[in-house]
Design a protein. Structure first.
Length: 135
């Protein structure tokens, strides 16, 4: 028994556009002998023009966004190889502000919420020694 499966790359826009363009090319090459509906192929061709342009625009926007994320991460001190100790980055300056405010507000740390910090205050039990087990 023969089984046949013909895949359509529905989840891969680049491949789907390429397949559509290939179908249009073959339909055009075949001319009047093409078994495909001419009106549907005209509509497909119009959709492919839109999809191909928007696909390229999306790729361009992704590249711009990637560059913007890299610049952001360097400025904030979150780029590869940077640590909180890297002087004058956003992260370093924020940690410095937090530490300065903690010293200035010792005992009333909740005051840091006015600066936008998420302050969690709790209490810890004093450690108690467990009694030694008797042999």
């Amino acid at each position: 028994r023969k089984t046949v499966r013909v895949d359509v790359p529905a989840s891969k826009p680049d491949d789907l556009i390429k397949l559509g363009q290939s179908i249009i090319k073959k339909h055009t090459d075949d001319g009047a002998s093409s078994p495909l509906d001419a009106a549907k192929m005209t509509t497909l061709e119009a959709k492919l023009v839109i999809a191909a342009q928007q696909n390229q625009d999306a790729k361009n926007a992704d590249a711009i966004a990637q560059t913007a994320r890299q610049v952001r991460d360097v400025a904030m001190g979150r780029s590869k190889g940077q640590t909180a100790a890297k002087k004058d980055t956003g992260l370093n300056l924020i940690i410095n502000a937090r530490d300065t405010l903690l010293i200035a507000n010792e005992g009333s740390e909740e005051a840091l919420t006015k600066y936008g910090f998420d302050v969690v205050v709790g209490s810890a039990k004093s450690p108690q020694r467990k009694p030694k087990k008797q042999p």
